[in-house]
Each structure stands twice: as structure tokens, then as C-alpha cells.
Design a protein around this ligand. Structure first.
Ligand SMILES: Cc1cc2nc3c(=O)[nH]c(=O)nc-3n(C[C@H](O)[C@H](O)[C@H](O)COP(=O)(O)OP(=O)(O)OC[C@H]3O[C@@H](n4cnc5c(N)ncnc54)[C@H](O)[C@@H]3O)c2cc1C
Length: 385
């Protein structure tokens, strides 16, 4: 059985970053077990192929998970640290919409950088992990192409969405077998499906507009895209992170107030309200209001029109794991030390990235989390070495 100092399970964003940090300081025999024939398949397709690395505003308020735990990890390897890391590697990230940092050309740039920095780490590609056991201080990792042993094991196996490109629940199976608490994965950063009362939105497939969506205490302002299956786009994807069941509220006109626009105006509603005509027609019909001059609206009709700012409904569900950009759930952070990412109960066992019960909103937050947690873990491994 081949023996390593450190085995990393998963050559995705967090696994590669961890290996790269370890290689930079040398000395450890590191193996990376990856089920796919190539590393980082999710990273490759991320951000429309240009990988949204991080965000101008990074703090725990953009994550679902234990805020103190998340902030501690983000502080240890911040957005600025990540930007410095990629710049030193020759990548100059570009900012889109004044918030999102992307690779300038393609996600391939960050993958190439991480692979190069992995140096002599042994990449065991096409090795699907089936099982992990822990015995006499050793981790035994059984794959479909052989068994490997190590003193330290870093679980960087991600979450369950996009199984078509290698995602699995192996992290939770390992947690279960090693008696670590966890929550089942649930698809998030995903479009929402509609109940029949909202089917009018389906007619708008392809229309996109800026909105604010309120879910519980959260308000997410970004674009909404009407889709054939329901509603999608950045605002909906981020809202899906916080939506469990029950109602959400959409402000379809966050940039203006109906009351002000309508005051003393004799123009038709559809002329006056600065929203796509197709949307207004469908919306007015859904709320049972004719397109007429604002001055002709009764107080009751006026308040109906105000629903543009607070359209409440309960989505039916979501588009599922095949479309979700992330998952909530994962290994419970109470069982993990945020200063090292090491398990509190099993010495030498580490958890990083999306396998943990920490999930960010849309906008680069999940890569920032994957990279920050990987660096914290690698630093601890290096200190111990
Ligand atoms: C379409 C899409 C676009 C996205 N875009 C962005 C974006 O622009 N910005 C952002 O911040 N986040 C984005 N995300 C989310 C982001 O990709 C993940 O949060 C991030 O990749 C998690 O990193 P990770 O290292 O934890 O897991 P992953 O990157 O998923 O890596 C886990 C690795 O483990 C391997 N693995 C799993 N099971 C096994 C097994 N049994 N045996 C061996 N290997 C196994 C997988 O093949 C994979 O390579 C996107 C996700 C998707 C699906």
C-alpha cells in the first residue's frame, strides 16, 4: 500500500490550493486523489468559463453558516490575500459590475496556476474514493484503483451538485463512518420553480431585469431572469440560499417608486413605468388590472399596482442538484477548529471547501471560502511538519 504524509481527497478548488500551499514549502509527500481524469472540472466551468474568484465585499454576512467560524477563516486568508496570490501568479483579475472579480481570459488560467504550484504533489487522477477508515493514527483510503495510506487526510471532496462532472456525497459518507456530525446536502444557488398562480412568469422566458428579493431577513438585489422552468438569474440564485419553504417577496421596481411615478400623471401605466413592456403586460393581467392612465386609477387599483414593489408568493421548489451551483449542508463546523480546519475529534483529519456546512451567495464567495479554508489547513499542516 502506497504511503503518503498527506492525502488530499479531491482536486477541485480547495484541494488544489491546499496542495499548492504545501508544495511551496516542500518537504511533505503529498498525494491528491481525484475521481475525474482531469482536476478542477467545476472550477473550469465556473463563472461562465471565467471563474468568479471573489468579491469586493467579503465577510461572513454573505454566507450561510456559523458567522464567527466563517469570519475567522476569511480573516486568515482574505480577499486581498487571494488577489495578491493570483497577481503574483501572473493573473490580473478583472472586476465586473463593480463587485465581481473574474479571471481576465478563462478559468483555465487559475487552474494552470494552481497545477503548476502543486509541484511534486502526486496527482492520482481517475481514482474514485470508495471508503476511508482510520486505524492506529493512519488513514486508509480505498479507491476503485487501489488503496493508499497517510498520516493526515484532507477531505476536499466538495458537495453534491453537478454529479455529471464528478461531484459526490463521499465527504458525508466519510463523516458518517468517522462519527462526525453533518447535515445532508440541499441544492442552492439554483433557480426556483413556480406554483400555478405564478405561471404568468413562464410566458416571460428570456426577460431579465434588476430586482430586490426579500427572503426572511435577507434582501438580495441583482438581476432576475425569467426562465422556461421558473425564475433564475443572480438575485434568485442568491435568494435560493436562504429560502427553505414559504414566501419570498420581489420588488420588481427597486430603482423607482410607483407612487411618485404615478402622481398626477395622465400617461398609461405601461408608458410610465420603466420596465420591459412584456413584463408589464403579463404583470397587469396577473393582478387583474387594465393598462390605463395613472390618473384614472382608483385607490384600490393604485394599491394593486403597488404590488410591483412587494409581490409575495411561495415558490414550488427549485431546479435541483443538476442545476445548482452549490449546496447548503455538509460537515458540521462545531466539529472543526477554524484555526486549522482540523477535526476536533480525530487528529490529522481536515475538512476544507464546500464539504463543510458553509455556503456563500453568488458572486465569488464560494471560491473565496474554498481557497481561504485550504490555506488555513495547509498552514497548520506545515506548522506540524
Ligand atoms: C456551474 C457552476 C458555476 C460556479 N461558478 C462559481 C463562481 O464563479 N464563483 C464561485 O465562487 N463559485 C462558483 N461555483 C461554486 C464552486 O465551484 C464550488 O463552491 C467550489 O468548486 C467548491 O470547491 P471544493 O474544492 O470544495 O469542491 P470542488 O471544486 O467541487 O472539488 C471537489 C473535487 O472532489 C472530487 N471528488 C468528489 N467525490 C470524489 C470521490 N468519491 N473520489 C475522488 N474524487 C472525488 C470532484 O471530482 C472534484 O474534483 C460554481 C459551481 C457550479 C456548479
Amino acid at each position: 500500500m502506497k504511503q503518503f504524509d498527506v492525502l488530499i481527497l479531491g482536486a477541485g478548488a480547495s484541494g488544489l490550493m491546499c496542495a499548492a500551499q504545501l508544495a511551496a514549502h516542500g518537504g511533505l509527500h503529498v498525494g491528491i486523489i481525484e475521481g475525474n481524469d482531469q482536476p478542477a472540472r467545476k472550477l473550469r466551468i465556473s463563472g461562465g468559463g471565467k471563474c468568479n474568484l471573489t468579491n469586493t465585499e467579503v465577510d461572513a454576512s454573505h454566507y450561510l453558516g456559523d458567522a464567527a467560524f466563517v469570519q475567522r477563516v476569511l480573516d486568515a486568508f482574505s480577499r486581498d490575500d487571494l488577489l495578491e496570490f493570483v497577481r503574483q501568479g501572473g493573473i490580473k483579475p478583472v472586476i465586473r459590475k463593480e463587485r465581481y472579480y473574474f479571471c481576465p481570459e478563462s478559468s483555465e488560467q487559475i487552474i494552470t496556476l494552481l497545477r503548476r504550484l502543486c509541484g511534486t504533489a502526486e496527482m492520482l487522477l481517475g481514482h474514485r474514493c470508495l471508503h476511508v477508515s482510520h486505524d492506529a493514527g493512519q488513514f486508509i483510503v480505498t479507491t476503485d484503483r487501489g488503496t493508499f495510506a497517510s498520516n493526515k487526510l484532507v477531505v476536499a471532496s466538495g458537495a453534491q451538485s453537478y454529479q455529471s462532472i464528478g461531484a459526490s456525497t463521499v465527504g458525508l459518507e466519510i463523516a458518517k463512518s468517522l462519527h462526525h456530525p453533518f447535515k445532508l446536502f440541499h441544492p442552492v444557488l439554483v433557480g426556483l420553480t413556480l406554483q400555478s398562480e405564478q405561471f404568468w412568469m413562464k410566458e416571460l422566458s428570456g426577460v431579465s431585469m434588476p430586482v430586490c428579493i426579500r427572503v426572511g431577513e435577507k434582501s438580495l438585489c441583482e438581476d432576475l431572469l425569467f426562465a422556461h422552468k421558473g425564475i433564475s438569474g443572480p438575485a434568485v440564485l442568491s435568494a435560493s440560499l436562504y429560502w427553505h419553504k414559504g414566501e419570498i417577496e420581489i420588488d420588481f421596481l427597486p430603482q423607482a417608486r410607483v407612487e411618485r411615478l404615478c402622481a398626477r400623471s395622465s400617461k398609461q401605466i405601461s408608458t410610465l413605468i420603466p420596465l420591459p413592456k412584456r413584463f408589464l403586460k403579463a404583470f397587469l393581467s396577473a393582478i387583474g388590472l387594465d393598462d390605463k392612465p395613472c390618473s384614472a386609477l382608483t385607490p384600490d387599483e393604485q394599491s394593486k399596482l403597488e404590488r410591483l414593489h412587494a409581490y409575495r408568493f411561495a415558490p414550488a421548489g427549485n431546479f435541483g442538484f443538476t442545476k445548482a451551483e452549490a449546496c447548503r449542508g455538509g460537515v458540521a463546523v462545531e466539529a472543526v477548529d477554524p484555526c486549522s480546519m482540523q477535526s476536533r475529534s480525530i487528529d490529522g483529519l481536515y475538512w476544507i471547501g464546500e464539504v463543510l456546512d458553509v455556503t456563500g451567495e453568488l458572486g465569488g464567495y464560494n471560491f473565496q471560502w474554498a481557497f481561504s479554508s485550504a490555506v488555513v489547513c495547509a498552514r497548520n499542516l506545515l506548522r506540524k511538519a
